[in-house]
Design a protein around this ligand. Structure first.
Ligand code: ZN
Length: 81
């Protein structure tokens, strides 16, 4: 069982959440090329190790937040500033 640490509700079962995928910076819409948009929308890095991810607590506070998760162990930690 994966416990996701919601910053508003505390650790909860992952079934309460919607995984939003890897968080990455959005390109400037006025300056990005079509290739950059395609890469932003569809190309996933699928890294092994610590990855910053977006989550939505759909069965709780209904808020979006980011955490870091080690994709090899499912260990989680808060996002460092
Ligand atoms: Zn929550």
């Amino acid at each position: 069982m994966l416990l996701v640490p919601c910053p508003h509700c505390g650790p909860r079962n992952a079934s309460e959440f919607r995984w939003m995928g890897e968080a990455k910076p959005r390109p400037d819409p006025h300056a990005a090329t079509p290739a950059e948009w395609r890469a932003y929308l569809y190309e996933k890095r699928n890294l092994a190790g610590w990855v910053r991810e977006g989550w939505y607590h759909r069965a709780g506070c209904r808020r979006f937040f980011q955490i870091e998760r080690d994709t090899t162990t499912n260990a989680t930690r808060p996002v460092s500033a």
